[in-house]
Unconditional design. Structure first.
Ligand SMILES: [Zn+2]
Length: 387
């Protein structure tokens, strides 16, 4: 890991990058831009490896020369990494990416599709912390890049989730605009709105879209030995996010559909009848949710969001990815769920995911969500009259 051949899908982006290299017009500041789980970081690593490789082919690095071996082990002296991080000890004066290099190598070797929140959670032992890239890190970069390359043709600076730079990116403006000789910056970005426009304008943007459903399925089958039908089902929900897909392919049988159905039924009943049984049903859903463990709780919420989104499509006469029993249930629910209500519920489901991801208490969060959902269903809506 990591060569172009290891990246899931993204054929068009790969060939665009390879063509740029073949034409010898690789820009010195590149922004790989696209949503979580698309493989941008893997792409950055594969790109770095091929430009340092001693025997590259037209399609990939060789994977065996000494440059490749060092790239793959993430110990190449001319490759630098910056990534969101936290202080190792709250009493520390400095906070630097390099302090976490061991954890970084380990995490990326395990899964180059990791997302920012899981990375930070792994550094903070699950404590809810916000990671960032400090000004100290930026100053280090400027210092290191002003030195000559140790052994490669280029020095490469990879900045993973450059959003985490915040205003500190100001200090990098000059070096990105006029980098020292043979230096390449690769910024990996998910949300371009969080990047200073002055930085954006100094980089060449290469879009890395969400992974195609077919590629995602093929990846799951090849990498995790998932059955074809199961892979297809996961791809529907993962929506091009391979990181999410990998987690959903954890091998355990999931009951996301059953629990989602029970959640919807319980909230409907609470909204329409508000009896003791409806309260009991909600409590039972909350208890089952709490038992799942955090990763599977997140998977469940993603499935519930998928079900809600596709129910919305179905009720508006648009093509929906629901199938079989899902359609039956969606049709049973829609008389009580206007598009407006479904949008509101989706917003709270998103928030529920946000809090669970940040290690909030699952029981109280799920209970609060169920009550909100019931209240939304019970709301009276003004009839829209059209003339
Ligand atoms: Zn090589």
């Amino acid at each position: 890991m990591m060569q172009f051949k290891d990246i899931i899908g993204q054929a068009a982006t790969k060939s665009k990058i390879l063509q740029t290299i073949a034409d010898n017009r690789l820009p010195h500041a590149i922004m790989l831009l696209g949503p979580e789980g698309n493989g941008s970081l893997a792409m950055a690593l594969a790109l770095t490896q091929i430009i340092l490789c001693e025997n590259p082919t037209a399609t990939d690095s060789c994977g065996t020369c000494s440059q490749c071996v060092k790239s793959q082990r993430m110990i190449h002296p001319d490759i630098y990494y910056m990534y969101p991080n936290i202080k190792r000890d709250p009493k520390d004066k400095e906070q630097l990416s390099s302090e976490w290099i061991k954890e970084w190598r380990q995490a990326i070797a395990t899964n180059p599709y990791i997302n920012g929140i899981d990375w930070i959670n792994s550094l903070s032992n699950g404590e809810n912390k916000q990671g960032n890239i400090t000004i100290g890190d930026c100053h280090n970069v400027i210092k290191k890049l002003s030195l000559k390359a140790y052994e490669a043709k280029y020095k490469v600076q990879i900045v993973w989730l450059a959003e985490s730079l915040g205003p500190n990116s100001n200090s990098l403006l000059k070096i990105i605009e006029e980098p020292p000789a043979d230096t390449i910056f690769i910024l990996v970005v998910e949300n371009i709105e969080l990047i200073l426009t002055t930085i954006v304008s100094r980089t060449q943007i290469i879009k890395v879209p969400a992974v195609e459903d077919e590629d995602l399925q093929a990846g799951l089958i090849a990498q995790f030995n998932v059955q074809r039908e199961e892979a297809r089902k996961i791809a529907r929900v993962a929506d091009g996010n391979y990181y999410l897909a990998m987690k959903m392919a954890d091998g355990e049988e999931n009951t996301n559909d059953v629990l989602t159905l029970d959640l919807f039924k319980a909230c409907m009943r609470k909204a329409l009848r508000n009896d003791i049984e409806s309260v009991n049903n909600i409590q039972s859903v909350v208890a089952r949710f709490a038992e799942l463990g955090r990763e599977r709780q997140k998977n469940f919420i993603k499935y519930a969001l998928f079900f809600l989104r596709e129910t919305m499509m179905l009720s508006n006469g648009m093509p929906s990815k629901l199938e079989g029993e899902e359609i039956t249930y969606a049709q049973r629910f829609t008389p009580y769920l206007s598009t407006n209500k479904m949008q509101k519920i989706a917003l709270f489901l998103d928030k529920l995911h946000y809090y669970i991801e940040r290690n909030a208490n699952p029981k109280s969060q799920m209970l609060a969500f169920s009550i909100r959902m019931s209240n939304i269903i019970a709301e009276k809506e003004v009839e829209m009259v059209t003339y």
